[in-house]
Design a protein around this ligand. Sequence first.
Ligand code: COI
Length: 356
Amino acid sequence: MTETINIDVHPIEQSRIDSIDFDNLVFGRSFADHMLVIDYENGAWQTPQIVPYGPISFGPAMMSLHYGQAIFEGMKAYRSVDGDITVFRPSENLKRLNKSAVRMCMPEIPEDTFLEGLSELLRIDSAWIPDKPGCSLYIRPFMFSTDEYVGVSPSKTYKFIIFNCPVGAYYTKPLRVRVETTYIRSAHGGVGFSKNAGNYGGSLYPTKLANDAGYDQIIWTDASEHRYVEEAGTMNLMFIINGALVTAPTGDTILDGVTRKSVIQIAKDMGVKVEERPLSVTELIEGIKDGSVQEAFGAGTAAVIAPIATIASEGIDYDLPERPADAFSRKVYEEINGIRLGKIEDTRDWVYRIKE
Ligand code: COI
């Protein structure tokens, strides 16, 4: 891609990369040297800046702290076998970021600004892309309102930032999850489809209760009846039932996951039947009991494909069968990973390549 936007680069004086233990990466605790910062002022996005990663200052009245105009995305960069930097379907993340922006009364980001800013940032910090299996450079784009004002209204100024973290696996073992029937994540007409910070803030308390009871995550159910499976706190949920891939349809209450839609496409291409339909908790639990539910897994950028070992409902743990070597969730993980690393041909044009 030809560079068409101006980016001001202020490089770091001394890289911090030598302080990172790339053999023991945990998720989201270390940060690459630089970040991309773009300010929105006077009705327009200003010149993007690439600056050292570090604190930013703001006033206590900054509106996003009070009224929650804050949205984010998650992507991952890899070093492909031919040496290019690859990012998986970043334009899909941008589309979703812009949908979140519209819902939260925030300005949309133009695609060339997003992709060119991201590319330049990744070129500058390319040494931070881990090369160990299962590791990657997690990319966190986010936007928040910056006006200092105490009235409740959309801000007139915003900051868009991308920073990167070298990461290992988000989940390191098959998950124990619990069906949530007291608290809700989202309701029709709400903001459940958007990736705004408040959705995650609201999930912390019920997730903590589940963690305290020995579960890793919760399965959100619909807000009106707690009858249908929606998604987990950090990923969409998918099941293999009688050989078909079953997942909740996206609407205004469920996040339209990029990994989710990629898994669906791969399943279709493999000839696996796909059912995007409401799945009741009763059907799920009865299916585990009678063996028709063969696999359960989460799908997300951070989680990638996260197998589920146990689902708890109404105080009872139901164990999923061991995953066989040819389990769908293993095959789809291998396919997505192979495409990202350039080991499997990218026939669907999903990989965005950045040359150095
Ligand atoms: C992602 O998968 O990138 C997410 O944003 C989920 C989570 C880490 C909050």
